[in-house]
Design a protein around this ligand. Structure first.
Ligand SMILES: C[S@@+](CC[C@H](N)C(=O)[O-])C[C@H]1O[C@@H](n2cnc3c(N)ncnc32)[C@H](O)[C@@H]1O
Length: 228
């Protein structure tokens, strides 16, 4: 499923607030490659993961199609070794390779996953890693009431974790018209589909089921031989 960047343009600021509050980069940090040259984040949004990776890698590139998200990233999460580019994941145009290519909660927006994965494999150094995390669901597009019920259920625990003011802001965002409209156009894969689709595209990858998400880890085999 592909969306225009404009859906995210509308929600960039509140998206950033909520995602940053609930953020957890552990999966991406735990699966980094040994080589820490250049990293790429596909669908980087407001740069939350890019910024974290810039602590470990010599250079980090974040690409996204939403001008609103990139504007926010440039304003709030800049560093000398970070660059943000407006680019479609399905038409990656980067003249260099990477040691680490990541993507979080972006793949369900893409029209053709295989095009993107094949480009990612090309852009990766041998021994480099691809790590993807995306939503998993038994129902392709859950009905809106499911998200509203979820937001109600999370409200009290969020009050304890983040304080009432922040919990109200999260609740308002999660039940806002623009966010619910966005979610109504999302299409998620089932656990079984993940195994079928990604298992073929990334042979011998590892799957990690985490609550609402599926994590995928793939290391590019080293095939080059040193010839005398
Ligand atoms: C749910 S957000 C996730 C943002 C970020 N990865 C994070 O974890 O906070 C999905 C992002 O994917 C971007 N996106 C959607 N389709 C895209 C495409 N074809 N190419 C590049 N970015 C895309 C959206 O603009 C949005 O910023």
């Amino acid at each position: 499923m592909s969306i225009t960047g404009s859906q995210f343009d509308k929600v960039a600021e509140e998206y950033d607030f909520v995602t940053n509050l609930l953020n957890d980069n552990t999966f991406f940090i735990a699966n980094m490659p040994i080589e820490k040259g250049r990293a790429l984040d596909i669908g980087c949004g407001t740069g939350i993961l890019v910024y974290e990776l810039s602590n470990y890698f010599s250079e980090v590139v974040g690409i996204d199609i939403s001008e609103g998200m990139l504007e926010f990233a440039n304003k709030k999460r800049q560093c000398s070794n970070i660059s943000y580019l407006k680019m479609d994941a399905e038409n990656l145009s980067l003249g260099y390779k990477f040691a680490y290519i990541v993507s979080r909660t972006t793949f369900h927006h893409l029209r053709d996953i295989s095009i993107v994965i094949n480009q990612m494999k090309e852009l990766l150094y041998e021994g480099g890693k691809i790590v993807i995390l995306d939503n998993v669901s038994k129902v392709e597009t859950p009905p809106t009431y499911v998200y509203i019920l979820g937001a109600i259920q999370e409200f009290l625990p969020n009050c304890f974790k983040f304080g009432v003011k922040n919990a109200v802001r999260v609740f308002k965002y999660n039940t806002s018209k623009s966010w619910l409209e966005h979610l109504a156009s999302d299409k998620y894969l089932s656990e079984q589909k993940y195994y079928e689709i990604y298992g073929k595209l990334l042979p011998n990858c590892t799957f990690r089921r985490m609550n609402w998400a599926m994590g995928i880890i793939w290391e590019k085999p080293i095939v080059s031989m040193i010839t005398e």
